[in-house]
Design a protein around this ligand. Sequence first.
Ligand code: ATR
Length: 290
Amino acid sequence: MKNSFFTRTELLGIIGSPVKQSFSPFIHNIAAELTGTQIIYLPFDVHATNLKSAVNGMVALGIKGFNVTLPHKIKVVEYLSKVSEEAAIVGAVNTIVNDLGKLTGYNTDVHGILETLNPFKDEIGGSCVTVFGAGGGSRAVLYTLIRHFKPSQINLLNRTGQHSEYLKQYFKDKMKYKSISTIELFSPEMTDAVKNSKLIINTTSVGMYPDVDDSILNNDDLFRKDQIVFDLVYNPIKTKLLQLAETNGAIALNGLTMLIHQAAKSFSLWTNKEFPVEKVYKSVLLYLSR
Ligand code: ATR
């Protein structure tokens, strides 16, 4: 390999803890190879106490960009020069671009969610949606729904009621959306909420590898043919929840489309290059199905 490869190669990475389960290094390094882009993307396990130093180190070392994952997506905002309008409203950043020491934060999860749900825009608009979870993924989902799909009603269910109550108030204040109802998880109202919804979204980690037999909903007969079920979990591709949805004839949307499209947006922000969505999708699919 020529010396110029090393002297001209830019570094990208992901900071989080734990980070070893992340698919982002695989995705971005494949995209770099497919597009002939001279970047290397590495995972960095950064403990919460080192977050500020890691971000300062990014400037000191001239690292072109970072993805940000758990548990730093909210806290990292404090250390940036600027955040996009979207990321500011969502209140979480998953992508940082370093432009000569000026750090801008973005939330490309929003783009991934939008790409996943856009084919069903007409069905979702004006209808009822049920969302499970009240973490970072849920914030991006709620923002995208309110901003781009305008549902008539959002039912929000979470293990810790305080977290869903917080988000209900948060989106009322930030986006003037008053139609979020918080419902207790596993209460009798939960069944009605799901039955009355056009779209059901799981943003919790329930059902994620290795707990593949878990599902936030377990009843065999809960879903109908005219419903859409979206699970942000992408490993496994077909979660137990999505299997239940398909058994009942509902449309099942897995988390892989969101994963690839959020990566695509981040990659373009860093490199100004088009991301080979289809080819990367196939590579990840192949990897996950092994
Ligand atoms: P992310 O950024 O991926 O959304 P997060 O911010 O840690 O991750 O949020 C995880 C979500 O999954 C939370 O809503 C969490 O519920 P709590 O607010 O009660 O912590 C939910 N979650 C995680 N494990 C769960 C479980 N075993 N049962 C139900 N909900 C769970």
